[in-house]
Design a binder for this molecule. Structure first.
Ligand code: AVJ
Length: 326
């Protein structure tokens, strides 16, 4: 039997701290915006899982198809002594495929994950422990860079770092390059970084993926307002805002907005703030960047990596790129 999963919460973990500040600045700006990281309260995390199961949101299935087929090749890029380290909490089927492949070839049963939410880590740790009784599981609740820094301080063996699900898409291209360079600084020659990116494609396919017919993504977007009500004493009527998803082809990004259906004033008690909305005025809630092959090469190169291999699904919708430090 293995030891209890070890869980640490760093100061940047579970940060409600900046919600108040970000909501105040974001809703006081001329062009209103809210950071997408606040989508993921308990309800929002559950709705996100529902999004992944909608017929329109192809990303999760495409990535899983890649990992199902290529898990052995991916873990084969690091030595059996390697530890698998995931950014985001590894509860998903996708992560398990890699852990299974690693264990199957005699790899060290060690897994570490960094996630902003200690609750998500606890759930993942319990699930992984049930699926892999001999696995040594560590969780660090922190912002990614802080969590990686803590783990790197004790790093002895190679790492296979996973950042799946097109989570990189929430960063603009310059931020993504800076973020990857920060990861690169923690890695050595034998380490690898598996990055999941969504490819540029037909605008209609993308807009449907972010505006599904059953309205799950709309609920996800509106839940941000419900969360602000709960955490900051607000009186938003989530249904008084319409979900909008637009693909900006030039920028290569999906934008999500909440559009006010009427003139209205919303009060946020904890901030002692009134926010005025004109009819049709929008709150920009998320960007999700898409990548061409050339943009992937560019991202890797500028952040100190080489693309060692790139895997795609049968339809060519998604890319899993295995990056090696330069
Ligand atoms: C979790 C950031 C990868 O951008 O596709 C899904 C979030 N937003 N539908 C994405 C999301 C609306 C998702 N990521």
């Amino acid at each position: 039997m293995n030891a209890e999963p070890s869980l640490r919460v760093l100061p940047s973990g579970d940060g409600q701290v900046d919600l108040a500040r970000e909501v105040r600045t974001g809703l006081s700006a001329a062009r209103k915006r809210l950071p997408c990281r606040f989508f993921y309260d308990e309800v929002g995390s559950r709705i996100f899982e529902e999004i992944c199961a909608t017929p329109e949101y192809y990303l999760t299935r495409a990535e899983d198809e890649i990992l199902e087929r290529s898990a052995a090749a991916i873990v084969g890029a690091v030595t059996p002594s390697a530890t698998i380290v995931e950014l985001g909490s590894g509860s998903a089927k996708k992560t398990r495929r890699l852990l299974e492949a690693h264990v199957a070839r005699g790899g060290k049963p060690a897994f570490a994950m960094v996630d902003i939410s200690s609750a998500a880590l606890r759930t993942s740790a319990a699930e992984l422990r049930a699926a892999f009784p001999d696995m040594q599981v560590r969780g660090v609740a922190a912002e990614y860079q802080d969590g990686i820094a803590l783990l790197a301080a004790e790093k002895r063996e190679p790492w296979l770092v996973l950042w799946l699900g097109s989570n990189v898409g929430n960063l603009d291209r310059a931020e993504a390059a800076r973020f990857l360079a920060g990861i690169r600084a923690r890695l050595r020659t034998g380490d690898r970084f598996l990055l999941g990116v969504d490819r540029r494609k037909d605008a209609r396919v993308l807009e449907r993926a972010y505006d599904d017919a059953a309205g799950v993504t709309a609920r996800f977007n509106q839940n941000l307002l419900a969360r602000i009500n709960a955490d900051l004493g607000g009186n938003f009527e989530p249904d008084a805002f319409r979900h909008v998803a637009i693909y900006d082809e030039r920028a290569g990004r999906i934008e999500m907005h909440l559009e006010s259906l009427r003139d209205q004033v919303v009060h946020l008690g904890a901030l002692d703030l009134d926010v005025r909305f004109a009819r049709d005025e929008r709150i920009h809630t998320e960007d999700s960047y898409k990548y061409s092959d050339a943009e992937v090469e560019e991202l890797a190169g500028t952040s100190g990596f080489a693309v060692e291999r790139a895997f795609t699904d049968a339809r060519g919708q998604f890319l899993s790129v295995l990056l090696a430090p330069n």
